[in-house]
Design a protein around this ligand. Structure first.
Ligand code: ZN
Length: 130
């Protein structure tokens, strides 16, 4: 499957930036659908950051399972991995790039003033945020 070139976050952007004002990174799974080369996020399923760290995250596995179950329940799919950076910019860290190998979805990263999205590659490329 090729990675969509844009992702529609719409009304999710503002709450994502607010989540980035917490001291620790906040993590979640984006559920929605893909239409052509556009991913459309319907909702953000939060997953507890078991590391409770300002510089890294590890999603609570059970919360990730619940995100997949809820996506299936609504006839949707998991389209992205979300986390916050308490300090801008919302660019993938070296650890994020490693994580993209295990979670090959669009990575959406929010800080307090911006939301960006990235392809899951060794050299992540920006995905247009709509
Ligand atoms: Zn990160």
């Amino acid at each position: 499957m090729s990675t969509p070139r844009s992702i529609v976050l719409g009304p999710l952007k503002a709450p994502m930036m607010r989540l980035a004002t917490q001291g620790s990174e906040v993590a979640g799974i984006l559920v929605g659908r893909v239409e052509g080369d556009t991913a459309i996020a319907y909702y953000l399923h939060l997953a507890r950051n078991v590391r409770e760290s300002p510089v890294e995250f590890e999603a609570e596995p059970w919360h990730v399972v619940q995100a997949h179950v809820s996506a299936e329940t609504y006839g949707l799919e998991v389209i992205g991995v979300f986390h916050t950076h308490p300090v801008c910019p919302p660019r993938p860290s070296a650890r994020d790039v490693e994580g993209m190998k295990r979670w090959p979805y669009i990575w959406v990263i929010a800080c307090s003033s911006e939301v960006e999205a990235w392809t899951p590659e060794a050299e992540p490329r920006p995905v247009e945020v709509l």
